[in-house]
Design a protein around this ligand. Structure first.
Ligand code: AMP
Length: 206
């Protein structure tokens, strides 16, 4: 396959702040934030795929790999056609994919991984508290119940964490996730901004 999307992977346990950081970065010219969790949540819950998503996410489980990657690739292509994402001018901040070792192989032909920002949250109880606080504010069936939150963290340890071992260690940059959003953003920008500029230059001068 010829064309690949240049991307930075936002990596970390549920509650580490991938969504917050991705959204903030997505507002900076030259970056495009794509979250697979957001992609799934925009689906009609009564649609066939919407039902599949709800069935898995309400238990804290992952949607099957093929379904996820197939939907993501169609969704991304649609965003380029609709002029929402310009792969030749914007660095994709990919949040929530790949989330299993099998997905690493499924996205390999589509994504050129320039670096991986690993948001490291050493305090698990703080993560659980963040997830529960968020569930109150947003429509997130997956974070409303304590046992579902615990399962999401267990699924992360079992299925997602091993994804890191599939990449060259030199690509992985750790950023402490426990600070304020602004402080964490400073760390994230320190990693991604040189990548974005070396690939695309200053977005405002383009
Ligand atoms: P998130 O907002 O990233 O925590 O994602 C919410 C839910 O969407 C997850 O608990 C999964 O059920 C589903 N999901 C998001 N990304 C993926 C993925 N790459 N593979 C499988 N399921 C996913």
């Amino acid at each position: 396959m010829g064309h690949k999307y240049s991307a930075v992977l936002l990596f970390g346990a549920p509650g580490a702040g991938k969504g917050t950081q991705g959204e903030l970065l997505g507002r900076v010219p030259g970056y495009f934030h794509l979250s697979t969790g957001d992609m799934f949540r925009t689906m009609d819950r009564e649609s066939e795929l919407g039902k599949v998503f709800y069935e898995y996410s309400s238990k804290g489980e992952l949607v099957p790999d093929e379904i996820t990657v197939d939907l993501w690739s169609k969704y991304t292509h649609a965003l380029t056609v609709l002029n929402r994402y310009a792969p030749t001018r914007e660095l994709m901040i990919l949040d929530g994919l790949p989330r299993t070792v099998a997905q690493v192989d499924l996205v390999r032909d589509h994504v050129d991984v320039k670096c991986i920002v690993h948001l490291v949250a050493s305090d698990r109880e703080e993560m659980v508290a963040r997830l529960r606080g968020r569930a109150m504010k947003q429509k997130r069936p997956d974070d409303a119940k304590e046992d579902v939150v615990r399962n999401r963290l267990a699924v992360y340890d079992r299925e997602t964490r091993p994804v890191l071992d599939r990449f060259d260690g030199g690509l992985i940059k750790e950023v402490d996730a426990l600070g304020s959003p602004g402080e964490v953003l400073r760390g994230v920008l320190g990693v991604v901004s040189p990548v974005q500029e070396s690939l695309f230059g200053n977005a405002l001068k383009a």
